[in-house]
Design a protein around this ligand. Structure first.
Ligand code: IMP
Ligand code: MG
Length: 189
């Protein structure tokens, strides 16, 4: 039997003044989260890690990752940001919402994306004051070519280029976080 594929139509979204096109679909995202969760389950077997999720961007990744974690764990949410618009400002704002006892804990920082690494470095600096036993990082997306820090990115679901992305928690000026796929910015001529 001969089958014909339907013409492929590229999914696009418009958010405020910018257009974006499909980059990573939800199926691929979910498979990548499966892989990361598998590694974390192996590494934290018999431990009770504290997942410290960095809001707002990590909320969907955090939910999907935590559903896949098999052992005992705690979850908490903190806020910090170094972004304004579509490029990193490099300026850190303060970490807020750190109420859990950190001392002696195995902490896993959960991020939506690690870009330059300034945000992550800020989180680590403030966490270390509270003397955790270990700190590791789980991120949905990692931009290795933009990364400027030495902190090891322990669990990265997907490595991407330097282009600006939205969806699955990532926003363009507050919009697009609810999209189940990840979209890449369309360059305007
Ligand atoms: P960094 O401090 O440069 O590593 O940036 C980290 C933060 O910037 C992330 O937690 C995101 O909130 C934001 N960010 C970095 N790249 C992107 C992107 O491509 N789209 C949307 N937000 C981004
Ligand atoms: Mg973020």
């Amino acid at each position: 039997m001969i089958t014909f594929d339907f013409p492929f139509i590229m999914k696009q979204v418009k958010l405020a003044d910018k257009s974006f096109q499909l980059y990573i679909d939800s199926k691929k995202i979910n498979l990548a989260i499966d892989e990361v969760a598998k590694k974390i389950n192996e590494d934290y077997k018999g431990k009770c890690p504290l997942f410290l999720c960095v809001l707002n961007g990590s909320f969907l990744f955090a939910a999907d990752l935590l559903k896949r974690f098999k052992g005992e764990c705690e979850v908490s949410f903190v806020k910090i940001s170094s972004y304004d618009g579509t490029s990193s400002s490099g300026e850190l704002r303060k970490l807020i919402g750190l109420n859990e006892k950190i001392e002696g804990r195995d902490v896993i920082v959960v991020e939506d994306i690690v870009d330059t690494g300034f945000t992550l470095e800020g989180v680590y600096e403030q966490l270390k004051i509270h003397k955790p036993k270990t700190i590791k990082t789980a991120t949905l997306l990692f931009k290795p070519n933009a990364y400027q820090k030495d902190i090891e990115i322990n669990y990265s679901a997907l490595s991407v280029g330097n282009e600006f992305l939205v969806g699955f928690g990532l926003d363009y000026d507050g919009l697009g976080r609810n999209l189940e796929d990840i979209y890449i910015i369309k360059e305007t001529a």
